[in-house]
Design a protein around this ligand. Structure first.
Ligand code: MG
Length: 115
């Protein structure tokens, strides 16, 4: 995942070349994550399973762009405020492995202690 640093560097260059540090408070970057997530969600609004499957084929490029937009803001947040995304995701997965043991959560979409 040395790729993450490479992507953070690209995002940083893109933004600093444009003098955008001034606009990228933690709040505004978090708004960016949500706004772009909403744009992703909009593709699937009111669609049933079959329609969503078709949209994934027909609108693949647009959906990929929204994923990139979301990732851009996550990378920019991590870059500006010094979060190690590789370490954060590894810690979170380890935490969830403890919280959601396989024998109690396999095939279930609810937390085992909510049943
Ligand atoms: Mg977008």
């Amino acid at each position: 995942m040395g790729d993450i640093q490479e992507l953070k560097d690209k995002v940083e260059k893109f933004c600093t070349d444009r003098d955008w540090d001034q606009f990228h408070s933690p709040k505004d970057l978090a708004i960016g994550v949500i706004t772009e997530s909403s744009e992703l969600l909009q593709h699937f609004r009111f669609k049933n399973d079959a329609e969503m499957k078709q949209i994934l084929k027909d609108k693949r490029a647009e959906i990929g762009e929204e994923l990139a937009d979301i990732m851009f803001f996550i990378l920019r947040f991590a870059q500006m405020y010094d979060f190690d995304l590789k370490s954060e995701i590894e810690k979170k997965i380890a935490k969830n492995e403890q919280r959601l043991p396989i024998d109690k959560s396999k095939g279930k979409n609810r937390k085992y202690d909510e049943d």
